[in-house]
Ligand binder design. Structure first.
Ligand code: SAM
Length: 541
């Protein structure tokens, strides 16, 4: 049998000629009888199937480029990580499933805290389990609520063990990965790594004595560099961890990424989140989408050693969100950077042209961030509203620090009397519900401009849709009981409320059942049934 019949629905498997059962999971143009045949057919099919090529330019180095026009949701890569493990700084977590742990259970072989006997047998945990056992070291981690320095070594150790066990695979995947890390020798970060990773791995874990592992000080620093520059933040069921992927690690960065990642069944599936024309770069985001431009650019410079110049970074308004804008002292209009790509630029009011120096802007932003951090540590409606009022004359209401305050407030509003009897819901409650609705709408508007696919804001946006549905539900039931809306209007609002729940479910659909997001998915499901029953009972359907 020759090469696969691209695009032909021949009814025959392109590999063995038997009856076709499934489409190629990459291009979906070719038919196979099953997974095995797809694997066999792959070598000849790869070049036509792969939706990307690896390109190279001066600005980004190697990067992925669409090899054909890609539609939204097209799969770009579906691959297992070369290595996956906790982020360098993390609170103690299970080294099998990455769930936060209580400390009540320890691996029976190596003494690392884990969550259960099943997790101690998880293949991810094997490298540190074997190395720790070989040294006879007892792992002492008591405080489960603060980052613990011992976890800094885990992912590096996993890389070193893999490089010893599967040297060919390790080398072919990593030898061309970007690693400008050694340029950082002598920096505070390098010194930190020397003390907390290199020395710990060599002196405590005796990693250089472990069979097959080359782990000179410089080997360990090289691995630290590979991880720093090429890691892909990967959201597992319970935590965001770091991973190296042969292909996805090559995607260049944009603060307006055109891909969305989902980590499922141990694999990263990277899909197009926008149509990507042939020849365009395929981009991921390496920073937090809900940080302002200066914070994202500083972070990228520090961790990845480049200055982002993407569409959002170039736009003083950050896609019309005013996410970093301050307020003019003279006329209250937004104050924006004159040249957002220049760190020393002055900021100016768009209306009265009053200028602020960059130092004043940084001082103000820092002070706002500090006030927000304190307020969010113990949030109440009173303290958060007081903070909003206090900063009203100094920062734009959409400022990213105030956006975080809004997200907390939209959950708090209406909560105290949520379960109360209708009679107990007083005027103050309905004022809160009105504020809640407004906050939900504002929060979603800003997020939809920054992250239209919601792929990078799942917990925030999903929860907001859920909270939003409550306001529509409660308000419409009240207005109907007061005969202020017609049956038709009530029905319309009930359907809107259900649609908001469905939107939340769509956002949470990949979340594990025992996470807050997975639980909320189930709550939404129950709530939809409940609303349906209520509509039936009152004759709306
Ligand atoms: C994960 S690696 C990507 C692969 C890398 N380009 C290579 O050649 O191996 C991340 C590095 O790529 C470069 N890079 C990625 N996106 C970039 C961008 N938007 N602008 C400039 N450099 C970028 C930076 O050097 C960054 O540290």
């Amino acid at each position: 049998m020759g090469g696969p019949n691209i695009g032909e629905e021949s009814g025959q498997c392109a590999s063995c000629g038997g009856p076709a059962e499934t489409r190629c999971t990459g291009c979906r143009n070719v038919f196979y009888c099953g997974r095995e045949c797809q694997k066999k057919g792959w070598p000849s099919h790869r070049d036509v199937c792969r939706p990307f090529t690896i390109a190279k330019n001066q600005k980004c180095g190697r990067h992925l480029v669409a090899s054909r026009d890609l539609a939204v949701d097209d799969i770009i890569t579906e691959e297992s990580p070369l290595v996956l493990g906790p982020k360098q700084e993390t609170e103690p977590l299970c080294l099998g499933c990455y769930k936060r742990i209580t400390g009540n259970y320890r691996c029976s072989r190596c003494s690392w805290p884990m969550c259960s006997p099943e997790c101690e047998n998880h293949p991810d945990h094997k490298p540190e389990c074997d190395v720790t056992k070989a040294t006879g070291l007892t792992i002492c981690v008591d405080d489960m609520d603060s980052p613990h320095h011992l976890y800094e070594v885990i992912t590096v150790l996993r890389c070193l063990v893999l490089s010893g066990k599967e040297p060919k695979r390790w080398k072919s995947s990593t030898e061309r990965m970007n690693n400008p890390y050694m340029r950082g020798a002598g920096t505070p970060q390098y010194r930190h790594n020397q003390e907390h990773v290199v020395q710990v791995l060599r002196e405590k874990f005796k990693i250089h004595e472990y069979p097959g592992v080359d782990a000179s000080e410089s080997d360990i620093h090289t691995v630290l560099g590979l991880l720093q520059f090429n890691n892909v933040p990967t959201k597992t069921a319970y935590a965001e961890v770091q991973a190296l992927y042969p292909m996805a690690s090559l995607a260049s960065h944009s603060c307006v990424p055109n891909t969305k990642p989902v980590f499922k069944d141990g694999k990263l599936i990277l899909r197009a989140s926008d149509p990507i024309p042939r020849g365009e770069p395929i981009t991921a985001i390496y920073a937090d989408i809900l940080w302002g431009t200066r914070a994202r650019r500083d972070y990228l410079r520090q961790t990845r050693l480049f200055s982002c110049t993407c569409k959002r970074c170039r736009d003083p308004t950050e896609l019309n969100t005013y996410f970093s804008a301050l307020a003019c002292r003279r006329c209250s209009s937004p104050v924006l950077p004159m040249d957002p790509l220049d760190d020393h630029t002055a900021w100016a009011c768009g209306k009265c042209s009053h200028e602020m120096s960059v130092e004043e802007v940084l001082r103000t932003t820092l002070a706002l961030g500090a006030s927000v951090e304190i307020a969010l540590a113990n949030p109440t409606i009173e303290t958060l509203e007081a903070l909003q009022i206090d900063w009203h004359s100094r920062a734009h209401p959409n400022h990213y620090h105030l956006h975080a305050v809004k997200h907390s407030l939209l959950q708090l509003y209406g909560r105290s009397k949520e379960k109360a009897d209708e009679k107990e819901k007083d005027a103050a409650h309905w004022v809160e519900i009105a504020k809640k609705e407004k906050a939900c709408k504002e929060f979603l508007t800003v997020c939809s401009r920054l992250d239209p696919t919601t792929a990078h804001t799942i917990p925030f946006v999903g929860l907001t849709f859920y909270e939003y549905h409550k306001t529509i539900l409660q308000n419409s039931q009240r207005l109907f009981s007061q005969a202020k809306i017609s049956t038709q209007q009530l029905k319309k609002r009930m359907l809107l409320s259900k649609a908001l729940l469905k939107k939340a479910m769509e956002i949470f659909k990949h979340e594990a059942e025992d996470t807050p997001e997975g639980q909320l998915y189930l709550t939404c499901q129950e709530e939809i049934i409940h609303i349906g029953k209520w509509m039936l009972a009152v004759g709306l359907i």
